[in-house]
Design a protein. Structure first.
Length: 486
């Protein structure tokens, strides 16, 4: 009898231990506030999200965690994304980031939120490689650049270099002497694309009123002037054809006097289609041999003629170009010390002040609603997001400027959390001019208008965008944003 009682006691202890080990507090079980979560993947931002994806080994894919079948990302910190590799190893990653499929096989992308879980799969097969175009367009040596001489009637000299004032901006100068003054292509980049922002037009000598005076603005309100993808996936021994998102070619701005003129490239909804190939070495018709080269051939698009191709060597930059039809060009590259300085157009642009009302037609909204003659957002009806963004005004030039945001709050004493973030950007959001978080107690009173200022320098005739981001924790009303040239 004693043995039975002891055995029964051991079983009770074991069951109690198991209960302790497997019990999860109800507070943890209820941590996820969503009704459902979704795991999705995509090859890049130009294609739709999906739950199953096939790519070439060595390629990259983007992961996303969504909430409530809404197509919206989960809020930061509310879900976990785990990528399980084909070999069984795993790691956690962030929402909206790119992953490289270095191994062949199936990748499992698991999204968990409390007790909720969903998975997506990516199958990697075959052989390919992913190339970062920025590595190929830029010279790794900051103290020098590539001098590209061409024989296209004008003996143009091209040089590529970073802007020392902005780590996400670079220029390709186009000149007869290589100094790079007012003739250049201006680019910005992010993790997804390389964007052409401005271009002084050389095509067919199309200048407005004199040599080297026309400037084209290639930036659009949403898609911007995408030139290349940051990452190009090329199958071994093959090529990849890629079409940019649609963009607009905006005003043609002269370097002297800021007048407007037109060119054959003007138009909206335009695209470029490129064919990319990778070459371990490439023999130029000058006798030079460049190593590790991406060849980008223009199949269709505005500006340069179809059939032109550009040669980019990793770590060196732009080393050659030519055309598949016609007389063809030849080019010779050499390394030169120092970097030229781009001289922006001397005009100042818009002067004085302009008021942009929050309800105006050139002001856009992700969240909130119209209340009287103002735009407002409140917690019982809206999700966090940009209350206002716009007006994409290209009249603001060089020099010092100020953006003044007029806001109002319903409660300034609940806490001191960040209730709104105001910023000013250009180039479709890739160039940040100024930013400020606004806390609840920075408001002097409730239901009183208050101005919050941002100082900025040289919008440079790019499409100026002022934004108010609402953090979903207060009743915020936006009256207007005033931009002034100081």
């Amino acid at each position: 009898m004693l043995r039975k009682l002891c055995a029964r006691g051991h079983r009770l202890v074991a069951l109690a231990m198991l209960a302790i080990m497997t019990w999860v507090p109800s507070s943890v079980m209820a941590q996820c506030l969503y009704g459902s979560v979704q795991s999705r993947v995509q090859i890049n931002e130009t294609v739709a999200w999906t739950q199953t994806l096939s790519i070439a080994t060595g390629g990259s894919f983007r992961v996303g965690a969504f909430k409530n079948q809404s197509g919206q990302f989960v809020d930061p910190g509310t879900a976990t994304i785990t990528v399980v590799r084909p070999d069984g190893s795993s790691y956690q990653t962030a929402n909206g980031t790119y992953q490289t499929a270095a191994l062949s096989g199936t990748y499992l992308v698991r999204v968990t939120c409390g007790t909720l879980m969903d998975t997506a799969t990516v199958t990697a097969t075959g052989g390919s490689a992913t190339y970062d175009m920025l590595d190929y367009m830029m010279n790794d040596n900051t103290g020098s650049s590539i001098n590209l001489d061409t024989s296209d009637r004008q003996w143009q000299l091209f040089r590529t270099y970073f802007d020392p004032q902005d780590g996400r901006r670079f220029y390709i100068t186009k000149n007869y002497n290589g100094t790079g003054a007012t003739d250049y292509e201006e680019y910005v980049f992010d993790e997804t694309y390389i964007y052409l922002v401005r271009d002084t037009s050389w095509q067919s000598n199309n200048w407005c009123s004199g040599l080297n005076t026309m400037m084209e603005l290639w930036t659009g309100r949403q898609n911007r002037g995408v030139r290349f993808p940051r990452r190009v996936i090329i199958n071994t021994g093959s090529s990849t054809t890629w079409t940019t998102p649609a963009f607009d070619i905006k005003g043609r701005l002269e370097g002297n006097g800021c007048a407007f003129c037109t060119s054959p490239s003007a138009g909206n909804g335009q695209t470029w289609t490129w064919r990319f190939t990778h070459h371990s070495s490439y023999a130029l018709n000058t006798g030079q041999v460049a190593q590790n080269v991406i060849k980008a051939e223009l199949i269709s698009g505005p500006g340069a003629g179809n059939g032109e191709y550009y040669l980019f060597s990793k770590s060196l930059g732009w080393v050659g170009y030519g055309e598949t039809t016609g007389a063809g060009w030849w080019s010779h590259y050499s390394s030169v010390n120092g970097a030229p300085v781009v001289i922006l157009p001397p005009c100042t642009g818009q002067t004085g002040c302009i008021n942009y009302q929050s309800y105006a037609g050139n002001i856009y909204h992700q969240t909130g609603g119209l209340v009287g003659a103002d735009w407002a957002a409140w917690t019982t009806a809206h999700n966090a997001g940009f209350m206002t963004y716009g007006p994409y005004d290209r009249r603001w030039g060089n020099g010092s400027h100020r953006a003044r945001f007029r806001l109002m709050i319903d409660n300034r004493s609940a806490d001191n959390a960040v209730v709104a973030t105001v910023d000013v950007v250009t180039a479709g959001g890739t160039r940040l001019l100024a930013r400020r978080d606004i806390r609840r107690q920075e408001f002097a009173g409730t239901y009183l208008w208050q101005d919050f200022d941002l100082s900025m320098v040289s919008p440079s005739f790019e499409e100026l965008e002022t934004r108010v981001y609402w953090h979903d924790n207060a009743y915020i009303t936006h009256d207007k944003t005033q931009v002034c040239k100081l």
